[in-house]
Design a protein around this ligand. Structure first.
Ligand SMILES: NC(=O)c1ccc[n+]([C@@H]2O[C@H](COP(=O)([O-])OP(=O)(O)OC[C@H]3O[C@@H](n4cnc5c(N)ncnc54)[C@H](O)[C@@H]3O)[C@@H](O)[C@H]2O)c1
Length: 256
C-alpha cells in the first residue's frame, strides 16, 4: 500500500515510537490521526504538524471511547488505511517482592487491558472501517501494525505482566491476519528491542549504555526513526502478513 495519500491512525501517537511513525507518515504525504491519553502533549504536537495531522483524546481501555474516536477519524479524514497500535505501558513488579509483597493483581490486569485488549479493540473497530474501503490496485483495503516487544520472548525479572501482554499480541497476529485476509487487510507485529523513547528517559546514562550493549550490532539503542522506517516498509510490502518482526539488532535479553 502507498503511504502517500493514505490515512493512518496511530495510538500512543504523541510520544516515542508512535510519534516517530506519525512523523514519518506525515513526511511521506499521509494524513495521520494520533490517538492518545496525553492531551497536553497531543494539543502541543498537533499544532506544529500542519493540516494533515489530527489529535483525538482516546484511552484504548475505554471501548466507547475507542469506538467514537475511530468513528471520529472516519468522519474527519474520510477513511482509514493504516493502523499502528503503539499505545502501551510497561510497569515492572516481581511476583514476590523483596518485602514479600505479592504482585498486585490490579496492575497485572491493567497491563493486559492496555497492551493486549486495547490493541485488539482498536483492531476490531478500525478493521470495521477498513472493510468499507475500495480495493487498492494491489487488492488491499488496509494494513495493521501492532507493537509487541522482545519481552514477549525473553521477558526479564519483573516483566511477567508486560511479557504476558506482549506475548498475547504476538499470539493473535496470525489468527487476526487469517480472519481479515479475505477482506484484503494485512496484520503485522513489530517486536522492538530497547528503544530510546520517553519510556526510557528516566534511566541514568550508565543503564542506557549497558542496555545499548545488549544489542549485538549496531550497538546502540533503537530509535523512533528505526521503528518508523520498518512500519513504512511493512505498509509498502504486500507480502508481509501474519508475522512478527524483531527490531532488536540481534539482542537476546538476559534475566535482568
Ligand atoms: N521503548 C522501548 O524500549 C520499547 C521496547 C519494546 C516495545 N515497546 C513498546 O512500544 C510501544 C510504544 O512505547 P514507547 O517507548 O514509545 O513509550 P512512550 O511512553 O513514549 O509512548 C507510549 C504512548 O502511549 C500512550 N498511552 C499509554 N496508555 C494509553 C492508553 N490507555 N490509551 C491511549 N494511549 C495510551 C502514552 O500516553 C504515550 O504517549 C509500547 O507498546 C511499548 O510497550 C517499547
Amino acid at each position: 500500500m502507498e503511504v502517500n495519500g493514505s490515512v493512518a491512525v496511530v495510538t500512543g501517537g504523541v510520544s516515542g515510537l508512535g510519534l516517530g511513525a506519525a512523523l514519518r507518515f506525515l513526511d511521506q504525504g499521509a494524513s495521520v490521526a494520533m490517538l492518545d491519553v496525553n492531551e497536553d502533549q497531543g494539543a502541543r504536537i498537533v499544532a506544529e504538524m500542519g493540516d494533515r495531522a489530527r489529535f483525538l483524546l482516546c484511552d484504548v481501555t475505554d471501548p466507547q471511547g475507542v469506538a467514537s474516536a475511530v468513528a471520529g477519524v472516519k468522519e474527519m479524514l474520510g477513511r482509514i488505511d493504516v493502523l499502528v497500535n503503539a499505545a502501551g505501558i510497561a510497569p515492572a513488579q516481581r511476583v514476590i517482592s523483596r518485602d514479600s509483597d505479592l504482585f498486585d493483581l490490579e496492575l497485572f490486569r491493567l497491563v493486559i487491558t492496555v497492551n493486549l485488549i486495547g490493541t485488539f479493540d482498536m483492531i476490531r473497530n478500525v478493521a470495521g472501517v477498513m472493510a468499507a474501503n475500495e480495493l487498492s490496485t494491489a487488492g488491499e483495503r488496509g494494513v495493521i501494525v501492532n507493537v509487541a516487544s522482545i519481552a514477549a520472548f525473553e521477558g526479564q525479572i519483573g516483566q511477567a505482566a508486560y511479557s504476558a501482554s506482549k506475548g498475547g499480541v504476538v499470539g493473535m497476529t496470525l489468527p487476526i491476519a487469517r480472519d481479515l485476509g479475505s477482506l484484503g487487510i494485512r496484520v503485522m507485529t513489530i517486536a522492538p528491542g530497547i528503544m530510546d523513547t520517553p519510556m526510557l528517559a528516566g534511566a541514568p546514562q550508565e543503564l542506557r549504555d549497558a542496555l545499548a550493549k545488549l544489542h549485538v550490532f549496531p550497538q546502540r539503542l533503537g530509535t523512533p526513526a528505526d521503528f518508523a522506517h520498518l512500519v513504512q516498509a511493512i505498509v509498502e510490502n504486500p507480502m508481509l502478513n501474519g508475522e512478527v518482526i524483531r527490531l532488536d539488532a540481534a539482542a537476546r535479553m538476559p534475566p535482568r
